[in-house]
Design a protein around this ligand. Structure first.
Ligand SMILES: [Zn+2]
Length: 121
């Protein structure tokens, strides 16, 4: 009997795809900003070392990418723990619609509203 494709599988796939895309962009930006001069040297580096490098570069594009990757990476971690899709604050399920838009969304709608109200962003 064939297993129907579940929303979780779709979301997991989206998340992994997003992670790959961001990692590729980061490698590309590290090279184009000449943080590393040669491809061979870069290929030896772990992604987290590239993230560290990006963060200490103070180049907006790289800072932005590093922040995005860290967010996606945190979501990948919750996937490993079997906690994916649960709100980081209240542990309720995050709305599937929101996860489809942003697979790395760490919070449910209610908690996001709450934090927006408090931090005014
Ligand atoms: Zn919540």
């Amino acid at each position: 009997m064939a297993t129907p494709e579940r929303i979780d599988d779709v979301l997991q796939h989206n998340l992994e795809a997003q992670y790959e895309t961001l990692a590729a962009s980061l490698r590309h930006e590290v090279i184009s900003n000449a943080l590393i001069s040669n491809l061979t040297a870069m290929k030896k580096l772990e992604l987290n070392e590239l993230i560290k490098m990006a963060k200490s570069s103070y180049i907006p594009t790289l800072l932005d990418l590093a922040a995005k990757i860290e967010k996606v990476d945190a979501a990948v971690c919750t996937l490993t723990l079997g906690m994916y899709g649960l709100c980081a604050d209240c542990e309720e399920e995050i709305e599937a619609d929101d996860l489809l838009k942003d697979p790395a969304q760490p919070r449910c709608r209610a908690c996001r509203e709450h934090s927006r109200y408090h931090h005014d962003d």
